[in-house]
Ligand binder design. Sequence first.
Ligand SMILES: Nc1ncnc2c1ncn2[C@@H]1O[C@H](COP(=O)(O)OP(=O)(O)OP(=O)(O)O)[C@@H](O)[C@H]1O
Ligand SMILES: O=P(O)(O)OC[C@H]1O[C@H](OP(=O)(O)OP(=O)(O)O)[C@H](O)[C@@H]1O
Ligand SMILES: [Mg+2]
Length: 291
Amino acid sequence: MSNLLNLGIPKGSLENATVDLFKKAGWQISISSRSYFPGVDDDELNCKLIRPQEMGKYVERGTIDAGIAGRDWVRENDSDVVEVCEMVYSKVSRRPARWVLVVTKDSPVQKPEDLHGATISTELVGFTKRYFAERNIPVNVEFSWGATEAKVVDGLCDAIVEVTETGSTIKANGLRIVCDLMESVPVLIANKAAWADPWKRQKIESIATLLKASLAAEGMVGLKMNAPNDKVEAITQILPSLNHPTVAHLYKSDWVSIESILHEKEVRRIVPELIRLGAQGIIEYSLNKVL
Ligand SMILES: Nc1ncnc2c1ncn2[C@@H]1O[C@H](COP(=O)(O)OP(=O)(O)OP(=O)(O)O)[C@@H](O)[C@H]1O
Ligand SMILES: O=P(O)(O)OC[C@H]1O[C@H](OP(=O)(O)OP(=O)(O)O)[C@H](O)[C@@H]1O
Ligand SMILES: [Mg+2]
């Protein structure tokens, strides 16, 4: 049973985005409703759904070998684990989640210092207490079980420290962000003993490499074209690339094939220029992974 890695998948906000990312990376994880043990098409993996708030604890103890959770919760729990890599994605976007200080629109609070003696509600109690203590602002920090935005609307507290991504919950509740306190992205964490085990470490590193490669490929495309030899200099000068564009000779011809990887957004600007410079037979293709 040594060639088996116990892997924690974050239940909740990061769940679907994480399963989608694994799919792009080459692993099909199937979660059936009410089961906390997803299936996975890899005999070397055993997946468990775990709340991100508890991922660090179970990875630290070795209950699971590795897992993905928001860095916010790994830090909040001060988990003694190896942070293998970070990946920039959230529930619906490819941006970090933001922990923000929030008040009602009509609140007089303009900066954290204005909350002297106030009550702040949050799920992230340790971080919030530290943030205000470091600035010598005495506040009363209360733990919130969720639906935190409602508490500041109802006047149950003066401000909240809450996570936001699209901002729609803050907007829907007529609230205002005072300032950003912290950004958080998902991290792949590993148990220290598992990291010291050569097989487990290699498996964890393979997962990290492929997840990151899949994220890196998003929004990138390949562009390939033919051009006469005397146009190569001009074309390669305007062509963005990861390193340098590839230039290969066409068989029995004084034409070359030029290939490069670039951001999809740049294509609409670059292609007309390439045609003007003499490129022909231009093809664009999507990428699954960039390593
Ligand atoms: N849009 C988002 N909303 C909340 N958390 C997000 C979002 N995007 C990423 N995260 C990250 O997800 C983790 C929180 O996950 P969790 O499942 O607790 O979210 P939740 O939305 O509060 O869950 P629940 O629906 O059970 O209340 C944190 O690490 C947080 O940084
Ligand atoms: O900026 P947004 O894109 O709107 O996302 C952030 C919201 O999503 C989460 O709420 P959740 O659905 O978990 O409700 P909860 O407060 O009950 O946990 C989080 O706690 C915020 O309320
Ligand atoms: Mg929540």
